[in-house]
Design a binder for this molecule. Structure first.
Ligand code: NAD
Length: 266
């Protein structure tokens, strides 16, 4: 059983109705946190996410809605959530197309959800963390916050922005709290390919070149970029997020940590 070092802590994980966010919410719950589940989804998907986090051992697991494309909805979400010890900005979307064919509405929406929402949520959460001397903001960026790929202009721009924004926040809050309280840290996790619904369209488009063979599509996708040739699992990312919440992580601040099978080592 996981050590329950997050007992008494409250965590909001955006986009935790599926994928990486759900794994992070369950993992923080298993360490004893009260977890606010958030994201889009059907009533069944939302109940399933809440139940998964409760079953993992969370002190509580309740859903709050909020479309992250809308700053007013984010303000409402943050007010409903109340003071947070841990904020995980995980929600994100993707749309792939060359720049000349990228619909401007996709640019606006990806920038709003993948970048601006991180600013809006941190703006609310950080002063409360500073007042109490402990806080963890974990922004799920991407390897695409560190390097580019074709056909991902808004995603790459937004993820590079998240890393820059996180560094500013890290500097502004670095001196709050102390070694025993755990301080305030703001870090980015930068995954390469992780097995979730988000990358399924990319897998399927590769698979189409191999008569619909999904495994061949995955081999194609990874072969170009991820030297380990294996996707990470959402739980792998969650394990790092959990470690960042530890008191001992108080001096790991403003970092962008790749979990990319060697992609950015090249
Ligand atoms: P996912 O599609 O499974 O989950 C995305 C979550 O974001 C869902 O809960 C969804 O409801 C929520 N969401 C989307 N739009 C929203 C909106 N407007 N308002 C509120 N919630 C919204 O995808 P995932 O792969 O788990 O992605 C999670 C994060 O990880 C994203 O930020 C993504 O960019 C990042 N990431 C994923 C990969 C990968 O390979 N899967 C790689 C690098 C980074």
């Amino acid at each position: 059983m996981t050590e329950r070092f997050l007992t008494g802590r409250t965590a909001l994980v955006t986009g935790s109705t599926s994928g990486i966010g759900l794994a992070i919410a369950a993992t923080l719950g298993a360490a004893g946190a009260r977890v606010i589940v958030h994201g889009l989804g059907s009533t069944e998907e939302i109940s399933h996410a809440e139940q998964t986090v409760r079953d993992a051992g969370a002190a509580s697991a309740h859903f709050l809605p909020g479309d992250l494309a809308d700053p007013v909805a984010i303000e409402h979400l943050m007010q409903q959530a109340g003071p947070l010890d841990i904020l995980v900005n995980n929600a994100g979307i993707q749309h792939t197309a060359p720049i000349a064919e990228m619909p401007p509405a996709q640019w606006d929406r990806i920038l709003a959800i993948n970048l601006s929402a991180v600013f809006h949520s941190m703006r609310w959460a950080l002063p409360n963390m500073a007042a109490r001397g402990f806080g963890r903001v974990i922004n799920v960026a991407s390897v695409h916050g560190l390097v580019a790929s074709v056909q991902k202009a808004p995603y790459v721009a937004a993820k590079h922005g998240v890393i820059g924004l996180s560094k500013v926040a890290a500097l502004e809050y670095a001196a709050h709290g102390d070694r025993s309280s755990g301080g305030i840290t703001i870090n980015c996790i930068c995954p390469g390919f992780v097995e979730t619904a988000l990358i399924e369209p990319q897998i399927q488009s590769r698979a189409a070149h191999h008569g619909g063979d999904r495994d061949a599509g995955i081999r194609d996708l990874l072969g170009e970029k991820q030297p380990s040739l294996r996707m990470a699992l959402p739980d792998d990312i969650a394990a790092l997020a959990l470690w960042l919440c530890r008191r001992e992580a108080h001096n790991l601040n403003g970092a962008a940590i790749p979990v990319d099978g060697g992609w950015t080592a090249a």
